[in-house]
Design a protein around this ligand. Structure first.
Ligand SMILES: N[C@@H](CCC(=O)N[C@@H](CS)C(=O)NCC(=O)O)C(=O)O
Length: 213
């Protein structure tokens, strides 16, 4: 196995893949690629036609799309640890990941976090209308996931799964904004989960920090 990860330091999707690599103890080399740059190398489009991150290469096998990558990594390095065995739990895991990607990433990360936290650090003005819209949409997402949770420690049962890593990468950014913490205060089960997982070594060790300017 010879794994290369193409990622961007502040990318939540890159962080999800890095967490799986670390959790599965898979050695890899890392290539930094800023997908927001105006000067993306033309060759990169051969790896990812949409010029996003992450991408992994394992020998000659190239793969993009985070959920495809994380399932692949879990499978090529047995035992498979991040997917529950029970069919219903596996389905619930896929559902939470899909909710997170389809409805959560944009408002939680690109609207609330990017405008409230990232832009000011970079010296750019936040757009309060974008933050307000992002907060409303994020609340809907958190409430929907809250409804799916039981009393288990992790999102889907008593073991960590892909769903935990996926949502945690986004929640980590979201909760750096006061709007994110306010939303989480309204979702007690999700908040308890976040307090627990935020302290997990896989989260702590993959924290990219915030830009220092
Ligand atoms: N569906 C993709 C989403 C990846 C994605 O959106 N990555 C972000 C960084 S977190 C990116 O590359 N954004 C660049 C852009 O929006 O132009 C996946 O699951 O990997």
């Amino acid at each position: 196995m010879s794994v290369i990860l193409y990622g961007y330091r502040y990318s939540v999707y890159t962080r999800i893949v890095r967490m799986v690599l670390s959790y599965k103890d898979i050695a890899y080399s890392y290539v930094e690629m800023d997908p927001f740059s105006d000067e993306i190398e033309p060759d990169y489009f051969d790896l990812h036609p949409f010029a996003r991150v992450p991408v992994i290469r394992n020998n000659s096998f190239v793969l993009y799309e985070t959920t495809a990558i994380t399932r692949y990594l879990d499978e090529i390095s047995p035992p498979e640890k991040l997917s529950p065995k029970k069919t219903e739990r596996k389905a619930r895991m896929a559902q939470i990941i899909s909710i997170t990607d389809s409805y959560g990433y944009w408002p939680m990360v690109r609207q609330v976090f990017a405008h409230r936290v990232f832009r000011p650090i970079e010296g750019d003005q936040p757009d309060e209308n974008v933050i307000a819209a992002g907060r409303i949409a994020s609340q809907k997402v958190c409430e929907a996931i809250e409804k799916l949770l039981g009393e288990d420690a992790f999102l889907v049962g008593d073991e960590i799964t892909h769903a935990d890593l996926h949502l945690a990468a986004m929640m980590a950014y979201f909760c750096t904004a006061s709007e994110g913490r306010d939303v989480l205060d309204r979702c007690p089960r999700l908040k308890r989960w976040w307090q627990m997982i935020a302290d997990h070594s896989v989260l702590r060790d993959s924290d990219p920090g915030l830009p220092i300017v």
